[in-house]
Design a protein around this ligand. Structure first.
Ligand SMILES: *Cc1c(COP(=O)(O)O)cnc(C)c1O
Length: 820
């Protein structure tokens, strides 16, 4: 007795929606909430959610893309007579959840629900790896575990599957009840209880009780025994399987863990009998996650011999896409750890954002374990590739090869990775974006090794999701209609050029600003179409500037006259300029007393069109100078009125940088100029929890040695050893941009989660850390700064500002971009 089917009318009834249906015969296959991620528009039902961006704003754009069905909460759309289906509800998120809840009831196979403070996604992915041998599994894509992600995950359920695994994440009381009713798990897994999201709850106990609500109706619960020691509620599950390092009465009592490099043996007493598993990992989190998985497999009656065999094969879960520069000016996106249709969509979406090369190539293996027939599956893939505008497909594997006829683009196929490698030549890939997407067993790392440029192990890793999050945070502080100019000068504050600009363009900032013409030219060559302001346009670079259609900041009469003469000779067309007014910073700009003369010149040269008039605040972060800030704002406003009256048209007015956006909402005017804040740091609000620093600088340990009292370390014997010590040499020095002032114990780095001091002087390419008492080995990773050991902290220690540290990271440090 299905409650509903996937006809739009049936869904409208279920949601109790007031509907305006242009075509009642529509059937729905896909639910969507993100206007940028539409792959099958005709069969998509779009939910216009009200988040940081109001989903209703995207309706016209989506109709153009071919979307025909919408769930909305704003009734004016009903009256417009648009040729699409509208379902009007009070709360679109709630409607999405109701639909998923009803859909879930159509299936009666077991559902595993996972929650906990850490490890949800890894445990889910590992269970998928471990159980795929005997089950057809649907699971949450990536880390879809929120109020929105869970309904979208549950919608993946289908008749071909016989097991579902979903994760649930919460940050506030009340949320889990909703997720429980959507997932309705029959088997519960609590990974662990830690500090994550503590801030949303009165105390740990409240958080634990909230999490436990996911398990209100499970038959079986799996957990670490110690986590529920203090739990006061009841556990409804008939069967419990738990583990512990301390408690002998646990189902799995872990006696001993033998850790080697990249390998551990876990020995436990299971139901009174000693058993063991081996896994190809040795970090603490992996060991705990593996034990949880062990418990689940035991609870599902998988024989211990099988468990042992499968555990040995556990593969790392790389949940992030990595983008780096490759050979022959290619950009490589490496996602060669998993292949399913959900993650393919996410990766294609990221590839689509890359504008730096006209050509886009996909190297794709067979997609394993999808549950649908090859024909259906690859027809779907072909549709995705078409929507993502892929130029060239290299298919690897017998299954994808057998469906070659479905793909209408430049294509070639190989039976296995080896066959592809045999004919591989370095010259065949040139100036293109290449996405590598392969199932584990195809070992695409062999291909990525050939394509990627060699990096020595110091990398500056840029988290593009954090960049987007920071951007949205500042957007949410602006009034609707206020424009945003993103400052990408100085190699985007050290983090990159087109890699950053592509993301900003995709997420619709209004303007970009660079310091010099050549920075802007690089962006144009990489396909950036946004308007770009150049703050220091050199006269010698005017030619390139006009060719690339970059808009100069005009700050005095000399540069104004130079531009006028240049345009007279070279171009008669209208040209956009930005006038900089000096309101007190006394760096660049016209003074208020210059304005009459400025007006006179501009009126003589109507081909110069003023796009904006702006000024720069000298002390926006400093409360003691708020009076001065107010004066600067008042001067700019006065000047703008005068200019507008005299020129007879309006232009964009702007004055705020990052700290100005946070501290002076009254000064946002028509546009703001966001710099450091996009990169996750706001000097006005220290440690703002809603921002995330986007850069992680990391390196590796090259050598470790044990030294005795009296020994000394580094130049001039400045690092004196006073007790038996372990010293690690790492591959980073002042030539990489790490200041010498951080030597002699001033600076610290993170080694396997521990802060350790620098001993002795910082050398050109290396420095030494005191790692006494820390578990570490040669080749281990060392974090120089990240979101925990922050770059602002480093800067403060040596009396500078984060801007200087970030822009000082030298170009020989490779940038790697990650995107989830
Ligand atoms: C760099 C710069 C900004 C951005 O400043 P942040 O403090 O990084 O936000 C804004 N305006 C001008 C003129 C700049 O040079």
């Amino acid at each position: 007795m299905p409650l509903f089917n996937n006809k739009i009318q049936s869904i409208a009834n279920l949601l109790n929606a007031k509907s305006e249906l242009a075509d009642v015969h529509q059937t729905i296959e896909v639910l969507a909430t993100d206007s940028r991620k539409i792959s099958n528009p005709e069969q998509t039902l779009f939910f216009a959610l009200s988040g940081q961006r109001n989903g209703h704003e995207f309706i016209p754009e989506l109709i153009e893309k071919g979307v025909k069905n919408f769930v909305i909460a704003e009734d004016e759309w009903l009256k417009k007579g648009l040729p699409v289906n509208f379902l009007l509800v009070n709360d679109t998120l709630h409607a999405l959840q109701i639909l998923a809840t009803a859909y879930r009831k159509l299936f009666s196979y077991p559902v595993i629900g996972i929650t906990g403070s850490n490890g949800k996604t890894i445990v889910k992915e590992w269970l998928f790896q471990l159980l795929s041998v005997d089950h057809q599994i649907v699971r949450s894509p990536k880390s879809y575990n929120s109020q929105i992600g869970v309904p979208l995950s549950v919608w993946q359920m289908n008749d071909a599957a016989n097991l579902a695994i979903f994760e649930a994440g919460i940050s506030r009381p009340g949320e889990m009840q909703v997720l429980e009713s959507i997932i309705k798990p029959t088997i519960g897994v609590l990974t662990n209880i830690g500090a994550a999201h503590d801030e949303g709850f009165v105390n740990r106990q409240e958080k634990l009780e909230e999490k436990m609500k996911l398990f209100d109706h499970v038959n079986l619960l799996i957990y670490q025994k110690d986590d529920l020691q203090s739990y006061k509620g009841t556990i409804n599950a008939d069967k419990k399987v738990n583990w512990s390092f301390n408690d002998k009465s646990a189902t799995v009592f872990v006696k001993e863990v033998d850790r080697k490099i990249n390998h551990s043996k876990i020995i436990a007493v299971v139901n009174g009998k000693e058993q063991q598993i081996e896994i190809p990992f040795s970090d603490e989190a992996s060991i705990k996650n593996a034990i949880i998985c062990w418990c689940v497999l035991l609870a599902l009656d998988i024989p211990q011999e099988q468990i042992k065999r499968r555990m040995k094969e556990l593969a790392p879960i790389e949940m992030r896409l990595k983008l780096r520069n490759g050979m022959n000016n290619c950009t490589i996106i490496n996602d060669s750890y998993n292949s399913d249709i959900g993650s393919l969509e996410i990766a294609l979406d990221f590839l689509k954002q890359q504008q730096q090369h006209a050509k886009k190539t996909l190297i794709l293996s067979d997609i394993v374990q999808s549950g649908s027939s090859p024909k259906e599956l690859y027809a779907k893939v072909a549709k995705l590739l078409y929507a993502a505008k892929i130029d060239n497909l290299i298919g690897i594997g017998p299954e994808i090869s057998s469906q070659a006829h479905l793909f209408k683009l430049e294509k070639e196929f190989y039976n296995d990775t080896e066959a592809f490698l045999e004919q591989f030549t370095a010259s065949r890939f040139n100036n293109e974006s290449i996405l590598l997407k392969g199932a584990r067993r195809f070992e695409f790392e062999q291909i990525s090794k050939l394509l990627e440029q060699k990096v020595h192990e110091t990398v500056f890793e840029i988290n593009l999701n954090a960049l987007i999050q920071n951007l949205n945070y500042y957007k949410s502080k602006l009034n609707p209609g206020t424009k945003l100019m993103a400052m990408v000068k100085a190699f985007s504050y050290g983090s990159g050029s087109f890699e950053i600009a592509n993301v900003l363009q995709f997420h619709k900032v209004d303007y970009l600003a660079v310091a010099y013409v050549d920075e802007g030219v690089v962006l144009r060559k990489s396909g950036i179409k946004l308007p770009i302001m150049v703050m220091s346009p050199d006269v010698s670079a005017f030619q390139g500037m006009v060719q690339a259609n970059l808009e100069p900041e005009i700050y005095n009469f000399r540069i104004l006259n130079e531009l006028i003469s240049f345009l007279e000779v070279n171009s008669k067309r209208e040209y956009l300029i930005h006038l900089k007014i000096d309101t007190g910073m006394h760096r660049l700009g016209f003074l208020e007393t210059d304005i009459d003369k400025l007006i006179e010149i501009l009126n003589l040269h109507p081909n110069l069109k003023v796009a904006s008039v702006f000024s720069h605040l000298a002390a926006s972060e400093d409360a003691a100078e708020d009076g001065f800030t107010a004066t600067q704002l008042a001067i700019l406003k006065r000047v703008c009125i005068k200019l507008e009256n005299a020129l007879g048209y309006t232009f964009i007015k702007h004055i705020c940088n990052t700290a100005g956006i946070s501290r002076h909402p009254e000064a946002h005017l028509d546009m703001v100029r966001l710099g450091l804040g996009i990169y996750g740091i706001d000097s006005a609000v220290k440690n703002n929890r809603l921002l995330q620093p986007i850069g992680t600088l990391k390196t590796t340990i090259t050598q470790i040695k044990d030294l005795e009292p009296g020994d000394t370390v580094s130049y001039n014997r400045r690092g004196l050893i006073t007790k038996p010590s372990r010293i690690a040499t790492v591959k980073l020095g002042y030539a990489d941009g790490y200041s010498r002032k951080l030597g002699y114990g001033v600076g610290e780095m993170l080694v396997n989660g521990h802060r350790v001091p620098i001993i002795g002087t910082v050398c050109m390419d290396m420095l030494m850390l005191d790692v006494t008492g820390i578990d570490c080995r040669e080749t281990d990773e060392v974090i120089v700064f990240n979101e925990e050991l922050r770059v602002d902290e480093l800067a403060e220690k040596i009396g500078t500002i984060p801007y200087e540290v970030l822009t000082g990271i030298s170009q020989r440090v490779k940038r790697v971009y990650v995107y989830e």
